[in-house]
Design a protein around this ligand. Sequence first.
Ligand code: PGA
Length: 251
Amino acid sequence: MRRPLIAGNWKMNGTRDFARSLSGDLALKLSGAGAVGFDLLLCPPGPLLPVVVGAVAGSGIAVGGQDCHQAESGAHTGDVAAGLLKDMGCQFVILGHSERRADHGESDALVKAKAEAALAAGLVAVICVGETEAERDAGKAFDVVTGQLKASLPDAASAETVVIAYEPVWAIGTGRTPTVADVSEMHAALRAAVAQSVDAEAAGKMRILYGGSVKPGNAAELLAPEDVDGALVGGASLVSDDFWAIAQAAR
Ligand code: PGA
């Protein structure tokens, strides 16, 4: 009942040629595949959005930003408004990625404010949460991650407006992944947290993605647990065949 979402986070990678070729190739793959059991989302760097939106037009592939500002508009040099992302053809925006939490000091409260702005603009917020290695070693992973989620969810969160991405910080870009049992347990805990913060219906329908070193070789295993509804893919989303293979592994 929850349709898997396979999302590519290109981070700060790519040029116009690269973006045209990668997204065009994925659009061709999807068009040629007939009916598939998953949704695809591409999140390129902001300046490449027009290229990607153009290349995937009519294919069913969704496009998203990697961040937005919490204000509707104004004097915020270098920032991007959610409304502009929407205007550019985005349906989604990634918020609270651990790289933004670390590089830009983004707090749960700020992520929540950004999520409110995203929803107001008509975007789906992909809210990222995840523990550091030290937090996991200290046995605090569940408290940290569910705490981040509860403090980052917008007030009007629903299964239609929010997607959650569980990304253990120590698994991002490292080639290391949690065990399938660890992923499964964390996703169940996140779903329970949504039931508490929103309601049971939203919890049942909300998509919870796993992210962190998802590759073609481990995707089937990581995507198998009941509460895993897709993947947020960094490095492997930059290679068309790899990203497509990961999507194929979605149930
Ligand atoms: P990775 O990144 O797949 O390269 O580990 C995932 C992410 O940060 O979203």
